[in-house]
Design a protein around this ligand. Structure first.
Ligand code: P6P
Length: 333
Protein backbone atom coordinates (compact mmCIF):
# COMPACT_ATOMS: atom_id res chain seq x y z
CA UNK A 1 0.00 0.00 0.00
CA UNK A 2 1.56 3.33 -1.06
CA UNK A 3 2.35 5.81 1.71
CA UNK A 4 -0.55 8.06 2.67
CA UNK A 5 0.37 11.75 2.93
CA UNK A 6 -2.36 13.71 4.64
CA UNK A 7 -2.96 17.39 3.93
CA UNK A 8 -1.71 18.34 7.39
CA UNK A 9 1.52 16.34 6.91
CA UNK A 10 2.03 17.91 3.48
CA UNK A 11 1.45 21.44 4.78
CA UNK A 12 3.91 20.96 7.63
CA UNK A 13 6.51 19.32 5.36
CA UNK A 14 6.31 22.19 2.88
CA UNK A 15 6.18 24.92 5.51
CA UNK A 16 9.80 25.86 4.99
CA UNK A 17 9.21 26.38 1.25
CA UNK A 18 7.40 29.59 2.15
CA UNK A 19 9.29 32.59 3.47
CA UNK A 20 6.93 32.64 6.42
CA UNK A 21 8.17 29.41 8.00
CA UNK A 22 6.62 30.41 11.32
CA UNK A 23 3.71 28.07 10.69
CA UNK A 24 1.13 30.85 10.62
CA UNK A 25 0.14 30.23 6.99
CA UNK A 26 0.12 26.50 7.72
CA UNK A 27 -2.38 27.03 10.51
CA UNK A 28 -4.69 28.89 8.13
CA UNK A 29 -4.42 26.20 5.46
CA UNK A 30 -5.22 23.51 8.03
CA UNK A 31 -8.27 25.49 9.19
CA UNK A 32 -9.49 25.65 5.59
CA UNK A 33 -9.03 21.88 5.33
CA UNK A 34 -11.21 21.34 8.40
CA UNK A 35 -13.86 23.75 7.14
CA UNK A 36 -13.91 21.86 3.83
CA UNK A 37 -14.63 18.59 5.63
CA UNK A 38 -17.51 20.16 7.54
CA UNK A 39 -19.02 21.76 4.44
CA UNK A 40 -18.53 18.51 2.53
CA UNK A 41 -20.57 16.64 5.15
CA UNK A 42 -23.51 19.03 4.68
CA UNK A 43 -23.21 19.22 0.88
CA UNK A 44 -23.40 15.43 0.71
CA UNK A 45 -26.62 15.26 2.70
CA UNK A 46 -28.18 18.51 1.51
CA UNK A 47 -31.02 16.67 -0.18
CA UNK A 48 -31.92 14.93 3.04
CA UNK A 49 -31.97 17.60 5.69
CA UNK A 50 -34.15 20.20 4.06
CA UNK A 51 -31.39 22.71 3.69
CA UNK A 52 -32.08 22.77 -0.02
CA UNK A 53 -34.01 25.48 -1.64
CA UNK A 54 -33.56 29.17 -1.87
CA UNK A 55 -33.34 30.75 1.54
CA UNK A 56 -35.23 33.70 0.13
CA UNK A 57 -32.56 36.19 0.94
CA UNK A 58 -30.23 37.75 -1.58
CA UNK A 59 -26.46 37.87 -1.00
CA UNK A 60 -24.40 41.04 -1.11
CA UNK A 61 -24.07 40.73 -4.85
CA UNK A 62 -27.77 40.29 -5.57
CA UNK A 63 -27.78 36.51 -6.16
CA UNK A 64 -30.53 34.43 -4.58
CA UNK A 65 -28.99 32.60 -1.61
CA UNK A 66 -29.21 28.87 -1.01
CA UNK A 67 -29.23 27.81 2.66
CA UNK A 68 -26.00 25.87 2.09
CA UNK A 69 -24.33 29.11 1.01
CA UNK A 70 -25.05 30.52 4.44
CA UNK A 71 -23.86 27.34 6.16
CA UNK A 72 -20.60 27.23 4.19
CA UNK A 73 -19.97 30.92 4.80
CA UNK A 74 -20.52 30.60 8.54
CA UNK A 75 -18.29 27.51 8.84
CA UNK A 76 -15.44 29.05 6.85
CA UNK A 77 -15.58 32.20 8.98
CA UNK A 78 -15.70 30.18 12.21
CA UNK A 79 -12.75 27.96 11.26
CA UNK A 80 -10.67 30.85 9.94
CA UNK A 81 -11.16 32.53 13.31
CA UNK A 82 -9.48 29.62 15.12
CA UNK A 83 -5.81 30.25 14.48
CA UNK A 84 -5.80 33.98 15.17
CA UNK A 85 -3.67 34.38 12.04
CA UNK A 86 -6.46 35.85 9.86
CA UNK A 87 -7.33 39.49 10.47
CA UNK A 88 -10.34 39.78 8.15
CA UNK A 89 -12.28 38.07 5.39
CA UNK A 90 -13.93 39.16 2.16
CA UNK A 91 -16.73 36.80 1.24
CA UNK A 92 -19.12 36.74 -1.70
CA UNK A 93 -21.88 36.34 0.90
CA UNK A 94 -21.04 39.56 2.78
CA UNK A 95 -21.17 43.09 1.40
CA UNK A 96 -18.66 44.39 3.95
CA UNK A 97 -15.40 42.86 5.12
CA UNK A 98 -15.63 40.59 8.17
CA UNK A 99 -13.21 41.51 10.97
CA UNK A 100 -12.19 38.44 12.99
CA UNK A 101 -11.72 38.61 16.79
CA UNK A 102 -8.13 38.67 18.04
CA UNK A 103 -6.90 35.42 19.60
CA UNK A 104 -4.82 35.86 22.77
CA UNK A 105 -1.72 37.95 22.10
CA UNK A 106 -1.50 37.04 18.41
CA UNK A 107 -1.11 39.69 15.70
CA UNK A 108 -2.93 38.37 12.61
CA UNK A 109 -0.81 38.67 9.50
CA UNK A 110 -3.20 37.38 6.81
CA UNK A 111 -6.38 38.23 4.93
CA UNK A 112 -8.67 35.72 3.21
CA UNK A 113 -10.87 36.34 0.17
CA UNK A 114 -13.35 33.58 -0.50
CA UNK A 115 -16.40 32.32 -2.30
CA UNK A 116 -17.65 29.86 0.30
CA UNK A 117 -19.91 27.93 -2.05
CA UNK A 118 -19.46 28.75 -5.70
CA UNK A 119 -22.01 27.44 -8.18
CA UNK A 120 -24.54 26.91 -5.40
CA UNK A 121 -27.51 27.12 -7.79
CA UNK A 122 -26.41 23.60 -8.82
CA UNK A 123 -26.97 22.14 -5.33
CA UNK A 124 -30.67 21.40 -5.88
CA UNK A 125 -29.85 19.27 -8.93
CA UNK A 126 -26.91 17.45 -7.34
CA UNK A 127 -24.26 19.01 -9.55
CA UNK A 128 -20.76 19.73 -8.24
CA UNK A 129 -20.12 22.95 -6.33
CA UNK A 130 -16.96 24.39 -4.83
CA UNK A 131 -15.25 26.65 -2.32
CA UNK A 132 -12.64 29.11 -3.62
CA UNK A 133 -10.09 30.91 -1.42
CA UNK A 134 -7.16 33.26 -1.72
CA UNK A 135 -4.83 34.21 1.15
CA UNK A 136 -3.02 37.58 1.22
CA UNK A 137 -0.59 39.12 3.69
CA UNK A 138 -1.58 42.12 5.78
CA UNK A 139 0.70 44.71 4.18
CA UNK A 140 1.09 46.87 7.30
CA UNK A 141 0.14 45.35 10.67
CA UNK A 142 0.22 48.83 12.24
CA UNK A 143 -2.54 50.10 9.94
CA UNK A 144 -6.24 49.40 10.63
CA UNK A 145 -7.72 46.73 8.35
CA UNK A 146 -10.35 48.01 5.92
CA UNK A 147 -11.50 47.30 2.35
CA UNK A 148 -8.37 48.93 0.95
CA UNK A 149 -6.27 46.27 2.71
CA UNK A 150 -7.73 43.73 0.26
CA UNK A 151 -7.13 45.74 -2.91
CA UNK A 152 -3.86 43.99 -3.67
CA UNK A 153 -2.68 42.77 -7.08
CA UNK A 154 -3.15 39.04 -7.64
CA UNK A 155 0.63 38.56 -7.62
CA UNK A 156 0.54 39.45 -3.91
CA UNK A 157 -1.54 36.37 -3.09
CA UNK A 158 0.51 33.95 -0.94
CA UNK A 159 -1.76 30.91 -1.23
CA UNK A 160 -4.89 30.02 -3.17
CA UNK A 161 -6.99 27.03 -3.99
CA UNK A 162 -10.38 25.45 -4.13
CA UNK A 163 -12.42 22.58 -2.78
CA UNK A 164 -14.51 20.64 -5.29
CA UNK A 165 -17.49 18.80 -3.80
CA UNK A 166 -17.93 16.34 -6.64
CA UNK A 167 -18.00 12.58 -7.17
CA UNK A 168 -15.20 12.76 -4.65
CA UNK A 169 -14.20 15.81 -2.64
CA UNK A 170 -10.86 17.33 -3.58
CA UNK A 171 -8.85 20.20 -2.20
CA UNK A 172 -6.40 21.70 -4.71
CA UNK A 173 -4.05 24.49 -3.65
CA UNK A 174 -0.77 26.26 -4.22
CA UNK A 175 1.55 28.44 -2.15
CA UNK A 176 3.57 29.40 -5.19
CA UNK A 177 5.61 26.19 -5.39
CA UNK A 178 3.44 24.14 -7.75
CA UNK A 179 -0.07 22.74 -7.39
CA UNK A 180 -1.12 19.67 -5.42
CA UNK A 181 -4.45 17.89 -5.10
CA UNK A 182 -5.81 16.08 -2.06
CA UNK A 183 -8.77 13.72 -2.12
CA UNK A 184 -10.94 13.29 0.96
CA UNK A 185 -10.91 9.70 2.24
CA UNK A 186 -14.18 9.49 4.20
CA UNK A 187 -13.06 6.27 5.88
CA UNK A 188 -10.34 8.15 7.79
CA UNK A 189 -11.73 11.71 7.48
CA UNK A 190 -8.51 12.99 5.95
CA UNK A 191 -7.56 14.81 2.74
CA UNK A 192 -4.85 12.58 1.25
CA UNK A 193 -2.32 13.61 -1.40
CA UNK A 194 -3.71 12.15 -4.64
CA UNK A 195 -2.41 14.45 -7.42
CA UNK A 196 1.15 15.68 -6.85
CA UNK A 197 2.59 18.57 -8.87
CA UNK A 198 -0.39 19.00 -11.21
CA UNK A 199 0.57 20.31 -14.68
CA UNK A 200 -2.03 21.53 -17.17
CA UNK A 201 -1.68 20.11 -20.73
CA UNK A 202 -0.53 22.65 -23.33
CA UNK A 203 -3.87 22.27 -25.08
CA UNK A 204 -6.99 20.13 -24.74
CA UNK A 205 -10.09 18.90 -26.54
CA UNK A 206 -12.53 20.89 -24.45
CA UNK A 207 -13.72 24.48 -24.32
CA UNK A 208 -15.97 25.77 -21.56
CA UNK A 209 -18.28 28.74 -22.10
CA UNK A 210 -21.99 29.47 -21.69
CA UNK A 211 -22.92 29.04 -25.35
CA UNK A 212 -26.36 30.41 -24.51
CA UNK A 213 -24.87 33.90 -24.61
CA UNK A 214 -23.29 33.36 -28.05
CA UNK A 215 -25.36 36.04 -29.81
CA UNK A 216 -24.61 38.50 -27.01
CA UNK A 217 -20.82 37.95 -27.12
CA UNK A 218 -18.43 40.35 -28.84
CA UNK A 219 -17.29 39.33 -32.31
CA UNK A 220 -13.87 38.05 -31.17
CA UNK A 221 -15.53 35.64 -28.74
CA UNK A 222 -18.01 34.39 -31.34
CA UNK A 223 -15.17 33.89 -33.85
CA UNK A 224 -13.17 31.93 -31.26
CA UNK A 225 -16.16 29.72 -30.38
CA UNK A 226 -16.69 29.04 -34.10
CA UNK A 227 -12.98 28.15 -34.33
CA UNK A 228 -13.36 25.67 -31.44
CA UNK A 229 -16.32 24.11 -33.25
CA UNK A 230 -14.32 23.91 -36.49
CA UNK A 231 -11.63 22.03 -34.52
CA UNK A 232 -14.33 19.64 -33.25
CA UNK A 233 -13.49 20.55 -29.67
CA UNK A 234 -16.10 19.41 -27.16
CA UNK A 235 -18.15 21.92 -25.17
CA UNK A 236 -18.27 21.21 -21.46
CA UNK A 237 -20.03 23.77 -19.24
CA UNK A 238 -21.42 22.93 -15.80
CA UNK A 239 -22.11 26.47 -14.60
CA UNK A 240 -19.80 25.98 -11.63
CA UNK A 241 -16.43 27.65 -12.19
CA UNK A 242 -14.59 25.28 -9.87
CA UNK A 243 -15.85 22.22 -11.75
CA UNK A 244 -15.22 23.70 -15.19
CA UNK A 245 -11.71 24.87 -14.37
CA UNK A 246 -10.85 21.68 -12.46
CA UNK A 247 -11.61 19.53 -15.52
CA UNK A 248 -9.38 21.73 -17.63
CA UNK A 249 -6.54 21.56 -15.12
CA UNK A 250 -6.34 17.80 -15.68
CA UNK A 251 -7.48 17.36 -19.30
CA UNK A 252 -6.44 20.66 -20.82
CA UNK A 253 -8.80 23.18 -22.36
CA UNK A 254 -10.01 26.73 -21.96
CA UNK A 255 -12.68 28.35 -19.77
CA UNK A 256 -14.14 31.67 -20.85
CA UNK A 257 -16.48 34.10 -19.15
CA UNK A 258 -16.37 37.28 -21.24
CA UNK A 259 -18.47 40.42 -21.01
CA UNK A 260 -22.16 40.06 -21.81
CA UNK A 261 -24.99 42.62 -21.96
CA UNK A 262 -26.01 41.62 -18.42
CA UNK A 263 -22.42 41.67 -17.16
CA UNK A 264 -20.51 44.27 -19.24
CA UNK A 265 -17.48 43.89 -16.90
CA UNK A 266 -17.85 40.10 -16.79
CA UNK A 267 -19.76 38.16 -14.11
CA UNK A 268 -17.04 36.49 -12.08
CA UNK A 269 -15.46 38.21 -9.08
CA UNK A 270 -11.84 39.26 -9.43
CA UNK A 271 -10.73 38.93 -5.80
CA UNK A 272 -12.26 35.59 -4.78
CA UNK A 273 -12.96 33.73 -8.02
CA UNK A 274 -10.66 34.89 -10.83
CA UNK A 275 -7.43 35.52 -8.90
CA UNK A 276 -7.38 32.31 -6.81
CA UNK A 277 -8.23 30.14 -9.84
CA UNK A 278 -5.66 32.04 -11.94
CA UNK A 279 -2.92 31.51 -9.34
CA UNK A 280 -3.61 27.76 -9.33
CA UNK A 281 -3.75 27.49 -13.13
CA UNK A 282 -0.60 29.61 -13.63
CA UNK A 283 1.25 27.54 -11.04
CA UNK A 284 0.23 24.45 -13.05
CA UNK A 285 1.69 26.02 -16.21
CA UNK A 286 -1.47 27.63 -17.62
CA UNK A 287 -2.44 31.22 -18.42
CA UNK A 288 -5.22 33.53 -17.21
CA UNK A 289 -6.13 36.88 -18.75
CA UNK A 290 -9.12 39.16 -19.02
CA UNK A 291 -10.62 40.17 -22.37
CA UNK A 292 -8.51 43.37 -22.29
CA UNK A 293 -5.46 41.07 -22.60
CA UNK A 294 -4.34 41.89 -19.04
CA UNK A 295 -2.88 39.07 -16.96
CA UNK A 296 -5.45 38.53 -14.18
CA UNK A 297 -2.66 38.36 -11.59
CA UNK A 298 -1.47 41.86 -12.57
CA UNK A 299 -4.83 43.62 -12.13
CA UNK A 300 -5.23 45.78 -9.02
CA UNK A 301 -8.83 45.53 -7.74
CA UNK A 302 -10.69 48.81 -7.31
CA UNK A 303 -13.34 47.29 -5.02
CA UNK A 304 -13.70 44.03 -3.09
CA UNK A 305 -16.64 42.68 -5.15
CA UNK A 306 -15.31 43.89 -8.50
CA UNK A 307 -16.26 41.70 -11.45
CA UNK A 308 -13.89 40.65 -14.23
CA UNK A 309 -13.90 38.90 -17.57
CA UNK A 310 -11.68 35.83 -17.71
CA UNK A 311 -10.03 33.54 -20.26
CA UNK A 312 -8.15 30.79 -18.39
CA UNK A 313 -6.58 27.45 -19.25
CA UNK A 314 -4.03 25.68 -21.41
CA UNK A 315 -1.30 28.05 -22.56
CA UNK A 316 -1.57 27.30 -26.29
CA UNK A 317 -5.35 27.85 -26.21
CA UNK A 318 -5.24 31.09 -24.20
CA UNK A 319 -2.59 32.38 -26.61
CA UNK A 320 -4.87 31.56 -29.56
CA UNK A 321 -7.71 33.46 -27.84
CA UNK A 322 -5.34 36.43 -27.42
CA UNK A 323 -4.77 36.38 -31.19
CA UNK A 324 -8.54 36.41 -31.82
CA UNK A 325 -8.98 39.37 -29.45
CA UNK A 326 -6.15 41.31 -31.14
CA UNK A 327 -7.51 40.51 -34.61
CA UNK A 328 -11.25 41.01 -34.17
CA UNK A 329 -11.98 43.18 -31.14
CA UNK A 330 -13.82 46.44 -31.77
CA UNK A 331 -12.85 47.68 -28.29
CA UNK A 332 -9.88 49.91 -27.48
CA UNK A 333 -7.34 47.51 -25.90
P1 P6P B 1 -23.81 31.58 -15.93
C1 P6P B 1 -21.84 30.36 -10.46
O1 P6P B 1 -22.99 31.15 -10.19
C2 P6P B 1 -20.81 31.25 -11.13
O2 P6P B 1 -20.45 32.29 -10.26
C3 P6P B 1 -19.59 30.44 -11.56
O3 P6P B 1 -19.30 29.38 -10.71
C4 P6P B 1 -19.98 29.96 -12.93
O4 P6P B 1 -18.86 29.73 -13.77
C5 P6P B 1 -20.84 31.11 -13.47
O5 P6P B 1 -21.35 31.80 -12.32
C6 P6P B 1 -22.00 30.62 -14.29
O6 P6P B 1 -22.67 31.75 -14.80
O7 P6P B 1 -24.14 33.00 -16.34
O8 P6P B 1 -23.19 30.80 -17.08
O9 P6P B 1 -24.94 30.84 -15.27
Amino acid sequence: MSKITTLDEFILHNENLHEDSSGKLSALLRDIGVAAKIVNREVNKAGLVNILGIAGSENSTGDMVQKLDIFANEKMIALLSNSGECAAIVSEENEKIIHLPKVKEKTPGYLVAMDPLDGSSNIDVNVSVGTIFGIYKVQDINEPIDEKSFLQKGVEVVAAGYVLYGTSTMLVYTTGNGVNGFTLDPSIGEFCLSHENIRIPDRGNYYSVNQGYYLKFDVEMRRYIDYCSDLNLRLRYIGSMVSDVHRMLFQGGIFLYPNTRKYPQGKLRLLYECVPMSFVVEQAGGHAINTRLERIMEVTPRSIHQRSTIVIGSPAMVNEMKDFIRKYTLHEI
